[in-house]
Design a protein around this ligand. Structure first.
Ligand code: G6P
Length: 609
């Protein structure tokens, strides 16, 4: 979702901001803008669409020592140049870039209009620029004007202000949307994500909610909204800046699909203990004795991460025999969650910033619940605010549609389930066998990826279908949901994932020759029932594409296309079955000439509720 980058210092701010915004591009946006001071005057450029469009209108040789930039994902007001950020106050004295949503902006706006302020955009943000201007006009210093503005605001923000008459400072603030300060030598940076500035400095300060920061070339000062000084630790970013290039692939999504064997290898690397047939997850901060007290597990997440959580709950119940369930975070919050002492909570999130998941984490913790994070982004808000957790080590995921983060989340839950299981009923021998099978997964994933060309052929065959159904059972039911989600996200084709058992209770009415039905049929308890379901679809002339690891004549007889994957136990099978579905969606999207990495209307990390 929206991205923020700001700079003050001796260098030219423009390339630093533009490069920083590019590093946040993957999060999804639909317009971009930059504002900087040139010879005492504020200059702003904004453009709809990709950053390249903005770049195209910047004057050659543009140079400034202070500036702010933004990529916007529309919430209040459509995708227009006027609604892009920076938003500038009516007197041209304050410009603002903002991530988040101001809930009471219409009341604020109405009042300002009553006072004679003219508005030029439909955004909630413009009210903040005008409010700050009003306070400046009343003689307040910029930092006080910002504080007084934010005191009137309810909603979420990661926000950065630039003041035309004070070209020696930038002010930032955070409430519910991340902001990080980069500390340089005689220069300072600010961004919504450390990735945007890590090339320039590894010394960072993460703002917490309710804090403001004043940046000058030589340093920073953090305060709360009551003007009390807040002492902040400068932290060193210790993660490696990974190469975020496409590495010869046509786009990030394909690269990330093909990176999965190495990525899941990183997830379990150093965490398996073959000798004891278990996993070691120090980040959970759980003593062995703590496991006796855990009676239940509840997993909350959104989107793809929720699908991983659903499979996680299956694994915890079936392998570790701990009652577990997964919930869509935003739905759990609707119900005023009942938080129990014996329940261990997990939040799952690639970005670690998704507002719905983060707010649920806070609600549970505020009620005394113990919350673990299954998170990719190191240092993200969820990683910092949870009681412990598992970093999935997927590496940077740039494509908006999540692929390798999903399989790494699955691998993390396999480790968590193994650990729990060995603290309960799973024998040493069974634990060791599971460890061995986990170690074989990367190779088996490679064998699935070897079939990319065949899957591309299937994609060409079905690319013009108007709708798709995806069916699976047990741990592969969420995989069906995930396969359908991928197709919706990047090919914009209506698709439904559902339980292969439930399809006959209504949705089967949708089946006809026109409807490709993707079915997952793997060895295990659910195979026969899945095959019966396949017969039912076949009897209604549905065209069946099967992903399977069994050689069963019943399947080959009725399926139009068969994608074969290596055998593994059912609980590990989602790590393999999802890959053909990712590739199918990918190749259909390519055939339909979609922007695979940056699908319309989507954002990588949704930081609004
Ligand atoms: C957005 C993305 C999805 C993602 C979901 C959860 O909707 O478009 O791809 O699955 O957020 O994101 P998270 O970062 O919490 O995993």
């Amino acid at each position: 979702m929206c991205g923020i980058v700001g700079y003050i210092g001796p260098k030219n701010a423009v390339p630093i901001i533009m490069e920083g915004l590019k590093r946040l591009e993957y999060r999804g946006y639909d317009s971009a803008g930059i504002g900087c001071m040139i010879k005492g005057k504020l200059k702003v450029w904004k453009k709809e669409g990709q950053l390249a469009n903005l770049e195209g209108i910047l004057p050659e040789g543009l140079a400034s020592n202070i500036g702010i930039g933004h990529t916007r994902w529309a919430t209040h007001g459509g995708v227009t140049e006027a609604n892009a950020h920076p938003q500038v106050g009516s007197r041209g004295k304050v410009s603002v870039v903002h991530n988040g949503i101001i809930d009471n902006y219409s009341a604020l706006k109405k009042k300002l209009i009553g006072e004679g302020v003219a508005f030029t955009s439909e955004t909630d943000t413009e009210a903040l620029a005008n409010l700050a201007e009003k306070f400046l006009g009343a003689g307040m210093a910029p930092d006080r004007a910002v504080r007084e503005t934010l005191k009137l605001v309810s909603g979420t923000y990661g926000i950065v202000f630039l003041f035309t008459e004070h070209p020696d400072l930038i002010i930032g603030a955070r409430n519910g949307s991340p902001l990080v300060v980069g500390v340089g030598d005689g220069e300072m940076f600010v961004a919504s994500d450390a990735n945007a500035i890590v090339r320039h400095t590894r010394q960072v300060v993460y703002l917490d909610d309710g804090e403001t920061v004043v940046l000058t070339r030589d340093g920073f000062r953090t305060r709360d909204l009551r003007d009390a000084v807040v002492d902040k630790q400068v932290e060193e970013i210790d993660w490696v800046v990974e190469e975020t290039g496409k590495n010869g692939y046509e786009n990030y999504m394909l690269k990330e699909i093909f990176e999965q064997p190495e990525a899941v290898g990183r997830t379990f690397g150093g965490r398996l203990v073959p000798e004891f047939g278990t996993a070691k997850l120090g980040g959970l901060n759980l003593e062995r004795r703590d496991f006796f007290d855990i009676r239940r597990v509840e997993i909350v997440a959104m989107g793809t991460a929720y699908h991983a959580g659903m499979i996680g709950s299956f694994l915890l119940e079936s392998i570790a025999r701990v009652p577990a369930r997964a919930e869509i975070a935003s739905e759990l919050r609707c119900r005023n969650p009942i938080v129990e002492k014996e329940t261990l909570y997990f939040v799952v999130s690639q970005s670690g910033e998704t507002a719905d998941t983060l707010l649920t984490l806070r609600e549970i913790r505020n009620k005394g619940g113990r919350v673990m994070g299954v998170v990719n982004m190191v240092g993200s808000t969820m990683a910092r605010e949870s009681d412990g957790g598992v970093y999935i080590h997927a590496g940077p995921e740039m494509a908006v549609a999540s692929t390798k983060a999903f399989t790494c989340q699955l691998m993390s839950f396999n480790l968590i389930a193994l650990l729990f299981a060995r603290m309960r009923d799973l024998s040493l021998a069974e634990g060791r066998a599971l460890v061995r099978e986990i170690q074989e997964i990367p190779d088996k994933m490679r064998r699935v990826l070897d079939q990319a060309e065949e899957i591309a052929r299937i994609a060409r065959k079905y690319k013009n279908a108007q709708s798709f159904l995806y069916l699976g059972r047990g741990p592969n039911y969420p995989v069906a949901l995930e396969g359908a989600l991928k197709l919706k996200e990047i090919a914009y084709i209506f698709s439904e994932g559902m339980s292969a058992g439930d399809v006959k209770h209504g949705p089967i009415a949708l089946v006809s020759e026109e409807t490709p039905v993707v079915m997952i049929a793997v060895k295990g308890d659910n195979l026969d029932k899945t095959i019966s379901g396949m017969m039912e679809i076949n009897a209604r002339k549905g065209r069946i594409i099967v992903v399977t690891n069994v050689d069963d004549e019943r399947i080959t007889r009725i399926a139009e296309d068969v994608i074969r994957i290596p055998e593994t136990r059912e609980s590990l099978s989602p790590l393999l079955t999802v890959i053909p579905l990712q590739l199918l969606a990918y190749y259909i999207a390519v055939e339909l000439q979609r922007d695979v990495d940056r699908p319309r209307n989507l954002a990588k990390s949704v930081t609004v509720e």
